[in-house]
Design a protein around this ligand. Structure first.
Ligand SMILES: C[S@@+](CC[C@H](N)C(=O)[O-])C[C@H]1O[C@@H](n2cnc3c(N)ncnc32)[C@H](O)[C@@H]1O
Length: 263
């Protein structure tokens, strides 16, 4: 486990809040999906679960879980040293939360975790970064990390492809609202990362992040679209095939779904 010490003079709550605002610009219903996710953790795993927050970013899901379930404990794992620095700063002094820096596509990533079994694994807006085969393998690994009866919850971009005109009408409304909010000063992904790079407390982990994953302020290289699953059905079928006994969608918007799977 590697760690960048969190500066004590930085306002980590402000960074956490600005991350949440930036993500909400893309997903205005983000808080709603987190509420359903937190309820599902409590319903299946009770009020004192050990939770793995997978591709945690700044730890937004962990913050919601701990607010609803103060007796919970969480392990936050991510590849990004800058987001983990914000998470470490935000949760400093809270011994319910531990961190691991790991690449989920690395076959040995679970060796970086401080536990071998969890009651719940939660993740949001992250696994669409993985191609089909690494994601299929990851689902199998998660089935192995969850105790029998434990729950996996994934909220991400997953489409119901049976209603393309409805999806596109709702996406068009979202785009119109986003444009209005941009005109009013909302930060997008590239703007937000620009602010991170400019903060002396985050410049070093941000530089490592840019070397590892690219600089979001630069245009994405043109090329073939990656091979990434987009349909809800793919996720449900794959979870069942990889060792989960039940899997279903428990929340959805026009472009996103929250899928729950029981070990
Ligand atoms: C859009 S953020 C979402 C973060 C958080 N779940 C939230 O909802 O605020 C996507 C996260 O996935 C992480 N991620 C992407 N690929 C990863 C990988 N291969 N291993 C670990 N983390 C990864 C990124 O570093 C980033 O923190």
């Amino acid at each position: 486990m590697t760690s960048t010490p969190a500066s004590t003079s930085t306002d980590w709550q402000q960074w956490q809040t600005s991350w949440d605002r930036q993500q909400e610009w893309y997903m205005p219903d983000r808080e709603e999906r987190f509420r359903v996710m937190t309820d599902a953790v409590e319903a299946v795993a009770g009020r004192t679960p050990l939770v793995l927050d997978l591709a945690c970013g700044t730890g937004s899901i962990t913050a919601r879980v701990l607010r609803a379930l103060p007796g919970a404990r969480a392990v936050c794992v991510d590849i990004d040293p800058a987001l983990l620095t914000i998470a470490r700063g935000h949760f400093a002094g809270d011994d319910r939360v531990t961190f691991a820096e790991a690449d989920l596509t690395d076959p040995g990533w679970t060796a970086r975790l401080p536990h071998t079994t969890f009651d719940a694994v939660v993740t949001a807006t992250a696994l669409h970064w993985l191609d089909t085969e690494p994601l299929r393998r990851l689902y199998g690994t998660l089935a192995g990390l969850l105790r029998e009866g434990g729950v996996f919850l994934n909220a991400d971009h997953m489409y119901d492809e049976s209603a393309p005109r409805l999806n596109s009408a709702m996406n068009a409304l979202l785009t119109m609202r986003q444009e209005r909010q941009r005109a009013e000063g909302a930060l997008d992904w590239a703007d937000w990362w620009g602010r991170v790079a400019d903060d002396p407390a985050l410049a070093e982990p941000a530089a490592r992040r840019f070397a590892l994953l690219g600089d979001p302020r630069e245009p994405r290289p043109a090329g073939a679209r990656p091979d990434r699953p987009t349909s809800v059905q793919w996720h449900l079928d794959t979870l069942r095939a990889q060792g989960f006994s039940e899997a279903r969608q428990i929340w959805c918007s026009a472009s996103d779904s929250l899928v729950a799977a029981l070990r």
